[in-house]
Design a protein around this ligand. Structure first.
Ligand code: NAD
Length: 335
């Protein structure tokens, strides 16, 4: 099958070329993002392979369909950037990689918690300047801390297991509790109780209408003073303006982000010689208790190998009319 792979980077090409030796598809690697402007590049291809910031709205999907595209293959787990109803209306099959390495994202989540708590970012900068003072670097033991996990699927479950190793007291909210987490001793509570009781809250639910801005002024007001909030899931789970207000009032004591609501205009590109136009993002960068990484939680060699293998396998299964376990349908956004 001819596949137009959008938002391609050197590492994407490397891992997809390697994995394709077992599938023999014809892959065209395209650096541009897919949106309604770039859709014509996919002309003649039966599949497009896309990533988190490609825009698959109704306009793009209708144009893809007119160009003969039959498959949208997401090389990620989240699918909030695809209008699934439009895909269904245009008879386009959508597939994704639901689990490639939950460990990659879970471990990055823990890295953000540890860096923020022990202020490693500040300590590193200080030591390089010959400043060995400990003033302002005090952290807290993770042992016995109440941590709230929102969403205990593949990633949330691994986060729970690692935090269990630290001796944290783990609470969770998920409309579908995970038996492995229950076995681990995770206590499922209401969202309000999780907001009220946690010292650290980490987000691992999908971005769906119900979870959009799940962290907002109202939910922040229920939290403990000095709360640590970690988001490695999707940017729009957090209302950025409300979180900035929470940081300014010191209600929020720590914020760790790997994703950002308006990341599409920033992440994955070298903008070091540009002027950042996003004032909210610039404000976030000014807080000493905020750490931001540019959507890199997934970025391990194990995850990239797995993503390439599963994506090409998904496309092959659809091409050969075989059962594909990784279909994305509008029913998935129901919970
Ligand atoms: P998953 O589908 O295995 O788990 C998601 C869990 O969220 C499920 O248990 C589901 O029941 C739960 N959920 C659904 N609605 C909810 C709600 N309203 N409140 C609380 N929980 C709810 O997904 P996963 O593989 O664990 O991935 C989680 C998210 O992580 C993805 O949706 C994706 O957006 C994000 N992600 C980010 C990166 C990154 O690099 N930063 C990489 C992979 C995935």
């Amino acid at each position: 099958m001819e596949i137009a792979l959008f938002s391609s980077k050197s590492y994407t090409e490397h891992f997809f070329t390697e994995a394709n030796s077992r599938f023999s598809h014809e892959i065209i690697f395209i650096a541009q993002r897919l949106n309604h402007h770039s859709v014509s590049i996919a002309q003649g291809c039966q599949a497009v392979c896309v990533f988190v910031n490609d825009v698959l709205d109704r306009r793009t999907i209708t144009a893809l369909s007119k160009n003969g595209v039959k498959i949208i293959a997401l090389r990620c787990a989240g699918f909030n950037n695809v209008d699934l109803k439009a895909a269904q209306d245009n008879n386009i099959t959508v597939v994704r990689v639901p689990a490639y390495s939950p460990h990659a994202v879970a471990e990055h989540t823990i890295a953000l918690i540890l860096v923020l708590n022990r202020k490693i970012h500040k300590a590193h900068a200080r030591i390089r300047e010959g400043n060995f003072s400990l003033e302002g670097l005090m952290g807290f033991d993770l042992h016995d801390q109440p941590v709230g996990i929102i969403g205990t699927g593949q990633i949330g479950q691994v986060v729970a297991r690692i935090l269990h190793g630290f001796g944290c007291r783990i609470m969770a909210y998920d409309p579908q509790p995970n038996p492995h987490c229950i076995e681990l001793g995770v206590q499922y509570v209401s969202l309000d109780d999780l907001f009220r009781e946690s010292y650290i809250i980490t987000l691992h639910c999908p971005l769906v209408p119900k979870t959009h801005h799940i962290i907002n002024a109202r939910s922040i007001s229920k939290m403990r003073d000095g709360i640590m909030i970690i988001n490695t899931s999707r940017g729009a789970l957090i209302d950025t303006k409300d979180v900035i207000d929470g940081l300014k009032s010191r209600k929020i004591g720590y914020l760790g982000l790997d994703v950002y609501e308006e990341e599409a205009d920033l992440f994955f590109e070298d903008l070091s010689n540009e002027i950042i136009q996003d004032d909210q993002f610039a404000r976030l960068l000014m807080f000493p208790n905020v750490i931001i990484t540019g959507h890199q939680a997934f970025f391990t060699n194990n995850a990239l190998q797995s993503i390439a293998q599963t994506t090409l396998q998904n496309i092959t299964e659809i091409e050969q009319n075989r059962t594909c376990p990784n279909l994305v349908t509008p029913a998935l956004i129901a919970p």
